[in-house]
Design a binder for this molecule. Structure first.
Ligand code: 4NP
Length: 167
């Protein structure tokens, strides 16, 4: 069986997408799918390349029992072609990713993370309510809010992985 590849993408790759990576790794493992699924994260911006996740993200994760081991890197065009699912954290990330792929069919792999939140399934994919707000300039509580949103969307991502692996 080919592995299913997910890449979570935000702006800096030090807050939201490393948290997404940590949560998804835990949920995929809990579903018994970790042998079949590869989960990475990257950023659209270059500022934090080589940095570890923001300490507030690490703490927010640790408070809920997740660990994270990541070094920030910038998304490349080839990452998108190699992925089955590219999870953008907000509409700006989505726009940047779409620009990277141009008019390639690979655009269909790019989805907003929160579009997998079953409670938000009625919203169109460009709805601002699907953004995970950037906590970088916010408080510790904002990191908790981002984590709430990531956790709420994860079950739907696991469902999508099952569909992908069954094809
Ligand atoms: P992230 O948060 O995209 O969730 O990793 C940010 C981190 C850094 C910056 C912006 C967003 N920054 O502008 O440096």
């Amino acid at each position: 069986m080919d592995s299913y590849r997910i890449i979570a993408v935000c702006l800096g790759n030090i807050c939201r997408s490393p948290m997404a990576e940590a949560v998804l790794k835990e949920r995929i493992a809990a579903a018994g799918l970790d042998e079949a699924v590869e989960i990475q994260s990257a950023g659209t911006g270059h500022w934090h390349v080589g940095h570890h996740p923001d300490p507030r993200a690490v703490q927010a994760l640790a408070r809920r029992g997740y660990s994270v081991d990541h070094v920030a890197r910038r998304i490349r065009r080839a990452d998108i072609g190699a992925a089955d699912l590219v999870l953008a954290m907000d509409r700006w990330n989505m726009t940047d990713l779409r620009e990277l792929v141009g008019d390639s069919d690979d655009v269909t792999r790019i989805r907003l993370m929160r579009s997998y939140d079953r409670g938000l399934a009625h919203l169109p994919e460009d709805d601002q309510a699907l953004d995970i707000p950037d906590p970088y300039y916010g408080s510790d509580a904002d990191f908790g809010v981002a984590l709430d949103m990531l956790e709420a969307a994860s079950a739907g991502v696991v469902d999508q992985v099952r569909i992908g692996l069954s094809r």
